[in-house]
Design a binder for this molecule. Structure first.
Ligand SMILES: [Zn+2]
Ligand SMILES: [Zn+2]
Length: 489
C-alpha cells in the first residue's frame, strides 16, 4: 500500500462488463430449508450490476451442491463449543472437510495447535497470479457456547474457498485460494499471532464475514476499535478488620480507588474511546482486610496510537491507587488488537452484488463501532450480516447461541459466502480492479495531510449526545481519525 494517488477513488466501481450469458441461473439450495429471514435467490433478480454473472452462476451452483454438507459441518461445530486455542474438534473437522475436497491442508499451522491452512492453486506458476485469503473462525464463549456464531463463520470461509476454487477451474483463471483456520478470536488474538508469524504475507487480499442479530437481511461494513488488555494485581497485608485494622494494607481498597480514578477519567474520553474493567479477588471475607485484588481492564480507541496514549492515562490511575493505599502492584499487558480497516473498494464491489443480485441492503460507514476484533489490516473486508434471532437477541447471549444453528442462519451465511466469493474472484481475475483495491486501504499515518486530496467530499459533522461527532459514509476508519482531529481542534 502506498500514499493516496490522485484518481484512486474516482470511477472505481464500474464493473468491467462482459457479455451476459443466457444460461439459466442455478437455483440455491435455500429451497431445501424453510426461509423466514433472508430472501431466497430468484432467477428473476437483476444481474446487470455485478461482475461476471456467469461466474456468479458457478459460485451459486457450487454452494448449492455443498449446502447440506456445510450445514451439517456447522451444526457439528456448534455441538462442540471450544474455547480459545482449544478448538481441536473444529480443527479436525474442518481440515478433513477441505482435504476431502482437494485442498492441500497444513494442520497445526505455524506452531499453533488449532490453527490450520488449506490451499488450492489453479494454473501454478502463472505470471501475475494473485492470492486471496479467507479466514475461518472457530472458537466459542465460556458458558454460552457458540454465542458469536463462529460455527457460521467457519463454514462461510469453507464455502467461499470451495466456490472460488470451482470458479477458477470453471473459468480457467489463474490464482490461489488460502483458507486459514484462525483460533482464539474471542480472547487470545489468534489472527494477531498468525500475522506475526507471517501467515498473511502471501495474501493480496483477505476476506471473512460475521453474523449479527437482525430481523431482515442486511450487510454492513464498519470499522472496529483497537484495544489493549491491562491486568493489574494489588498486593497488601491481611489483618483482622476490627481487632487490628491499622496493621492491614487493603488491596481491595486499592482496586476500588483504581476503579474510581478510571471512572473520573472516563468523562474526559473522546466518543470513540472506551475503558471498562472488573475487580477479581480470592478468599475475601468482611472481617479480614484483603491482602490481594486483581483487576482486568480493556482500553479501546478507533486507532492504535490513541490506545497507547489512553493506556498510559489508565496506568496512572492504577499507580495512584497503589500509592494511596500503600500496596505494591504489578501491571501486565494482555491481548492487543489493532483497529479493523475495511477496504472500501472491496466493500463497494460486494455491495453491488448484494444490491443487484439479491436485493439486500448494504451500509458502508466509517463511523466507529464499539467492539473490536483481531482481524488483520491488509486489504480486507469483514462484513457483518444479519441472522434472525428470537426477541432481537444479539451476539454473546444464549439467544444468539440458539439462532446460530437455525436453517435461517445457515441460509443467510451461504448468501454471504456467495457475495464474498464473487468479490474474491474479481480480485484474482480483474487486474485493474485489484490496483484500485490497493488504493482503497489507507494507512492511518498518512491521513493527517491527505484527507482531502482524494477528491472526496468534506465530511460533515453531526451532533451526538457526546458532542460534535463525525459520520463518514463509505470511508476508512482511518479517515474518521483524521476528521476527528480536524473537528476537535
Ligand atoms: Zn464475539
Ligand atoms: Zn465473533
Amino acid at each position: 500500500m502506498s500514499d493516496i494517488q490522485a484518481g484512486c477513488f474516482s470511477a472505481l466501481l464500474r464493473p468491467r462488463r462482459r457479455k451476459a450469458t443466457t444460461t439459466k441461473p442455478a437455483l440455491m439450495a435455500a429451497s431445501e430449508h424453510p426461509v423466514r429471514g433472508p430472501p431466497p435467490y430468484s432467477p428473476a433478480a437483476p444481474r446487470e450490476g455485478i461482475y461476471r454473472p456467469e461466474v456468479m452462476e458457478t459460485i451459486e451452483a457450487t454452494l448449492a451442491t455443498l449446502d447440506v454438507d456445510l450445514h451439517q459441518l456447522s451444526l457439528s461445530i456448534h455441538d462442540h463449543p471450544e474455547l480459545n486455542f482449544q478448538e481441536r474438534f473444529a480443527h479436525d473437522a474442518l481440515t478433513a472437510f477441505m482435504a476431502a475436497r482437494g485442498f492441500a491442508v497444513t494442520p497445526h499451522y505455524l506452531g499453533l495447535e488449532t490453527a490450520w491452512r488449506a490451499e488450492f492453486v489453479h494454473m501454478p506458476g502463472a505470471k501475475g497470479a494473485r492470492v486471496v485469503g479467507v479466514n475461518a473462525e472457530m472458537d466459542a464463549l465460556p458458558g454460552v457456547g457458540h454465542a458469536c456464531g463462529h460455527n457460521l463463520i467457519a463454514v462461510a470461509g469453507v464455502g467461499v474457498a470451495l466456490a472460488l476454487a470451482a470458479a477458477l477451474r470453471a473459468h480457467n483463471t489463474p490464482g490461489t485460494v488460502v483458507l486459514l483456520g484462525t483460533p482464539a478470536e474471542e480472547a487470545g488474538g489468534g489472527k494477531q499471532l498468525l500475522l506475526e508469524r507471517g501467515a498473511y504475507e502471501e495474501m493480496n487480499v483477505c476476506v471473512m464475514c460475521h453474523p449479527m442479530g437482525g430481523a431482515t437481511q442486511a450487510v454492513g461494513f464498519a470499522p472496529t476499535l483497537a484495544l489493549q488488555v491491562i491486568n493489574v494485581e494489588f498486593f497488601g497485608h491481611a489483618a483482622h478488620a476490627a481487632f487490628a485494622p491499622w496493621e492491614g494494607v487493603n488491596a481491595l481498597d486499592a482496586a476500588f480507588l483504581a476503579y474510581g480514578n478510571v471512572s473520573a477519567l472516563r468523562q474526559q474520553l473522546k466518543p470513540d474511546q472506551r475503558v471498562h474493567g472488573i475487580v477479581q479477588g480470592r478468599d475475601w471475607t468482611p472481617n479480614v482486610i484483603p491482602d490481594y485484588a486483581k483487576m482486568a481492564w480493556i482500553v479501546r480507541a478507533s486507532v492504535w496510537d490513541d490506545v497507547v496514549v489512553l493506556r498510559d492515562r489508565v496506568i496512572k490511575c492504577l499507580d495512584a491507587a497503589a500509592m494511596a493505599t500503600g500496596c505494591t502492584h504489578s501491571i501486565t499487558f494482555g491481548d492487543r488488537y489493532r483497529e479493523l480497516h475495511q477496504n472500501r473498494v472491496l466493500a463497494e464491489d460486494l455491495a453491488a452484488t448484494a444490491r443487484e443480485q439479491y436485493g439486500v441492503p448494504t451500509s458502508i460507514t466509517g463511523d466507529v463501532s464499539s467492539a473490536s476484533t483481531d482481524f488483520v489490516t491488509l486489504p480486507s473486508i469483514h462484513p457483518t450480516y444479519n441472522i434472525p434471532t428470537d426477541g432481537g437477541a444479539q451476539n454473546h447471549t444464549p439467544g444468539f447461541t440458539r439462532a446460530s444453528r437455525t436453517p435461517e442462519a445457515h441460509t443467510a451465511t451461504m448468501l454471504m459466502a456467495r457475495m464474498l466469493a464473487l468479490t474474491g474472484f474479481r480480485v484474482l481475475d480483474d487486474g485493474a480492479f485489484f490496483e484500485q483495491v490497493g488504493c482503497g486501504a489507507i494507512p492511518a499515518t498518512h491521513l493527517h495531510n491527505d484527507i482531502f486530496h482524494a477528491g472526496e467530499a468534506v465530511p460533515r459533522p453531526r451532533e451526538s449526545g457526546a458532542g460534535v461527532y463525525v459520520v463518514l459514509g463509505g470511508l476508512d476508519v482511518s479517515w474518521v481519525h483524521a476528521a476527528r482531529e480536524l473537528y476537535y481542534r
